[in-house]
Design a protein around this ligand. Structure first.
Ligand code: BGC
Ligand code: ZN
Length: 367
C-alpha cells in the first residue's frame, strides 16, 4: 500500500513509497484495531520534519511515514477489544509509551525520558498511508456527529491539554477566578484554544498579525472572542486598553513572542507555551524587569506538549459543546483539502507556501 514518507535528516525528502499492509493480529493478545485511513491532517511539525529540523525514523528503517492527525474507520478488532467496533469512526493518540513512571500510568505525554516516541514524528511511523493497526489503548472513538471535524481532533487534544494543565496548576492559588485570556496566534491551536477558553466563560482576545477582514478574525469572532491584529495593536497596547490577562496561551510558533508574552501577564496569572520551535532564534529579553515582576506577581509559566487519551476525550467533549454553542464555526478551519496520497507534493507546497492555509489535510479514502 501507499505511504507518504520522508528521509529524516535529508531536507525536502518527502516522497511516496510502498509499505507492507498491516493485519489486526500484528498487535498481541487480541488488542489490535485495524483502521482504514480516511483523512490525515498536516501541520508545521510535518513541515519541520521535511526541512530536517525535527523527527527521526523508527529503528531499522531509513524512512519515516509522516502524519500524526488521523481520522479513520475501524475495519476489524481483536478478540479483547470492546470500546470500539467495526465501522466506528476513530482517531489515535500520537505518543507511545517509554519506560518512565508516567509512561506506565498512561501519561506518556509527560514522560520524564529524553527520548519520546511519536507516530509520524519521532521513531514511529505515522498515519499517511491506507491502513494501520494499533493497540486499542491508543484508539479513541469519534462520535459520528463530529465526523465533519475529522482531523481537528488531534490539534484539539493539544489545546485541551494545554488549558487543562493551566487550570490544574492554578489550584496552587486555592481560589482562581480567571476572567480575561489572551491567545497568541490564530492558527489551529490558537483558534481551538480560543474555543476551549470561551466555553469556560472567559473573555478572550485572540491575537495574530493578519489585519481584518480575514478568515482567522471571522472564526475568532464566530466564537465570540475579540480578534486583534498585532499590526494595529501591540500586545502591550492591548494589555493597557483591556487590562492584563489571567491566562495567556502562546501558540504563534515564534519563540520571541513566547518571551514577549511574559511582559503582559497579570498577577497570579499563568502563561502556557505550546509552540514547537525547531530553529535557532536568539532574542534579548528585559531579564531584571521580568524576573522582578514574575516574583512579585507570583506568576507561573508552563510548557505543554502532546496529549493523552483523556485530553482527546476532553477535546471531543468540547468540540461537541462547541458545535452546540457556535454551530458551523470550527469547520471553517478546514481550509485546504488535498485529494489522495499521490498528491504529496501539493500537500507540502500548501504547508510551505500558503500562509492562509489554516488546515491542510489529505483525503485518503471515502468512508
Ligand atoms: C503534535 C504533538 C506532538 C508535538 C511534538 C505536534 O505537532 O501535534 O502530538 O507531541 O508536535 O512532537
Ligand atoms: Zn501536530
Amino acid at each position: 500500500m501507499k505511504a507518504i514518507a520522508v528521509k529524516p535528516g535529508s531536507p525536502g525528502s518527502v516522497h511516496l513509497r510502498e509499505i507492507a499492509s498491516p493485519s489486526v493480529d500484528d498487535v498481541a493478545d487480541g488488542r489490535g484495531v485495524l483502521i482504514k485511513v480516511l483523512k490525515v491532517g498536516v501541520d508545521a511539525t510535518d513541515r519541520e520534519i521535511n526541512d530536517a529540523l525535527y523527527g527521526a525514523a523508527p529503528p531499522g528503517d531509513d524512512f519515516l511515514v509522516l502524519g500524526h492527525e488521523v481520522f479513520g474507520q475501524v475495519v476489524a478488532v481483536g478478540a479483547s477489544v470492546s470500546h470500539v467496533q467495526k465501522d466506528d469512526y476513530v482517531t489515535c493518540t500520537v505518543r507511545r509509551p517509554g519506560q518512565s513512571i508516567y509512561d506506565r500510568i498512561g501519561r506518556s505525554d509527560i514522560t520524564s525520558e529524553e527520548v519520546y516516541y511519536e507516530r509520524g514524528i519521532n521513531l514511529r511511523h505515522g498515519y499517511l498511508t491506507e491502513y494501520f493497526v494499533d493497540d486499542a489503548e491508543f484508539v479513541v472513538r469519534v462520535p459520528v456527529g463530529l465526523k465533519h471535524l475529522h482531523v481537528l481532533v488531534e490539534p484539539m487534544s493539544c489545546a485541551a491539554k494545554a488549558i487543562d494543565q493551566a487550570f490544574e496548576a492554578q489550584k496552587r492559588l486555592q481560589v482562581w477566578e480567571p476572567r480575561r485570556a489572551f491567545v497568541l496566534g490564530a492558527g489551529q491551536i490558537g483558534l481551538l484554544a480560543t474555543l476551549v477558553l470561551r466555553l469556560r466563560g472567559l473573555e478572550v482576545y485572540t491575537l495574530a498579525r493578519k489585519a481584518k477582514p480575514c478568515l482567522k478574525a471571522e472564526i475568532a469572532e464566530g466564537l465570540q472572542a475579540t480578534y486583534v491584529s498585532t499590526r494595529e495593536t501591540s500586545l502591550e497596547q492591548l494589555a493597557e486598553q483591556v487590562g492584563k490577562p489571567d491566562i495567556i496561551v502562546e501558540a504563534t510558533g515564534n519563540s520571541g513572542v513566547a518571551f514577549e508574552a511574559m511582559n503582559v501577564l497579570g498577577h497570579n496569572g499563568v502563561l502556557v507555551w505550546t509552540s514547537i520551535t525547531g530553529g535557532k532564534e536568539l532574542v534579548e529579553v528585559p531579564s531584571d524587569h521580568l524576573n522582578l515582576h514574575w516574583v512579585l506577581g507570583n506568576k507561573m509559566l508552563i510548557g505543554s506538549v502532546n496529549a493523552n487519551r483523556r485530553h482527546f476525550e476532553m477535546g471531543i467533549a468540547d468540540m461537541a459543546l462547541g458545535e452546540a454553542t457556535y454551530p458551523g464555526v470550527v469547520e471553517r478551519l478546514l481550509t485546504n483539502p488535498v485529494e489522495g496520497l499521490d498528491n504529496y507534493a501539493e500537500m507540502m507546497r500548501l504547508l510551505v507556501e500558503e500562509p492562509d492555509a489554516l488546515k491542510v489535510f489529505v483525503n485518503v479514502a471515502d468512508a
